[in-house]
Design a protein around this ligand. Sequence first.
Ligand SMILES: NC(=O)c1ccc[n+]([C@@H]2O[C@H](COP(=O)([O-])OP(=O)(O)OC[C@H]3O[C@@H](n4cnc5c(N)ncnc54)[C@H](OP(=O)(O)O)[C@@H]3O)[C@@H](O)[C@H]2O)c1
Length: 338
Amino acid sequence: MGRRGEWREAAPNAAGTAKRTGFPILFWEHDAHASIRAERTDPVEVPVATLIDGKIISAAVRAEVAASVARLKASGRRTPVLRVVLVGDDPASASYVRGKNRACHEVGMDGETLAFDAGLSEADLLALIARLNADPGVDGILVQLPLPAHIDEKKILRAISPAKDVDCFHPENVGHLVTGEAGFRPATPAGIMELLSRSGIPTRGARAVVLGRSNIVGKPMANLLVQKGVDATVTVCHSRTRDLPSVTREADILIAAIGVAHFVTADMVKPGATVIDVGINRLDDPSHERGYRLVGDVDFAAVEPIAGAITPVPGGVGPMTIAMLLKNTLYACTGSFD
Ligand SMILES: NC(=O)c1ccc[n+]([C@@H]2O[C@H](COP(=O)([O-])OP(=O)(O)OC[C@H]3O[C@@H](n4cnc5c(N)ncnc54)[C@H](OP(=O)(O)O)[C@@H]3O)[C@@H](O)[C@H]2O)c1
């Protein structure tokens, strides 16, 4: 029994093993159960979802990558090198790119951004990618999206050598993902798989529902869950799905990746389900310094009392994405996906 802060200190692989119940609940920091407390005066058992903490789990992944990088260097091999290409001055993209480079340096890798103004021509960008592809000193190439409208994103992503495609957007790598062959895995869905496995959430035979069918999250997520060895039974939902709540209520594992704030409400969740929230949405909030706060696709306060395990936003899936990018860069450098 303890406050949420203490639980957050639990070892990453213990995250899925404990279900917090009991009395006294007044000591809990998190207030999702305030209404239950207000109504009950007896020492009842109130279930609380296990918090799947992406900050702790991603720190464990980054520590493993750092240890691998240190071993590489100790064996006389060079530092893994990631080159991030940024076109234009979108502040959100610039901030993501800074985060990626910082994360590289923290694990002992060489991460650098090649930044260009929004007027860069498609031909010049293709020429740059050809140079990076041919450079034996570059392991991973990542082109930050979105690109300016005059550049054909598909053409650019297909131009990146599959061996350096750490985002796993090249059709050859997508093919390996679908067939289950060794290869890069897209960072966000791969990060979710790490959250599930390191939290002890069983997937074999589980019903998984993926909300969203984007090429970046929804589709690769479904592909990873259905692989042999993972063995979930997967349903993918989208904006044309009929009677969505009846589908999501079937889920033992519900993954929300649609980009609509607080879309998943309590009536859409089966009691005890694992709920993974991929969404990152801005909600106006004058009480915050920036005038907004980030929330997920799941109404956390309403769903947490029902769920068996849940990721917060921020601090859930988000930190895993960069950690898995580092893993992919390491793979690109060693040529081994073990
Ligand atoms: N944490 C991270 O690292 C990370 C990484 C990537 C994305 N994200 C976040 O995850 C969210 C999804 O990203 P994305 O790139 O996958 O988004 P996306 O490309 O916009 O795709 C959204 C998907 O959700 C579906 N959808 C939208 N509204 C719906 C509704 N009302 N009911 C049912 N389905 C609906 C869409 O259906 P249709 O296909 O029918 O239009 C589409 O398949 C965003 O908030 C994004 O910021 C987070």
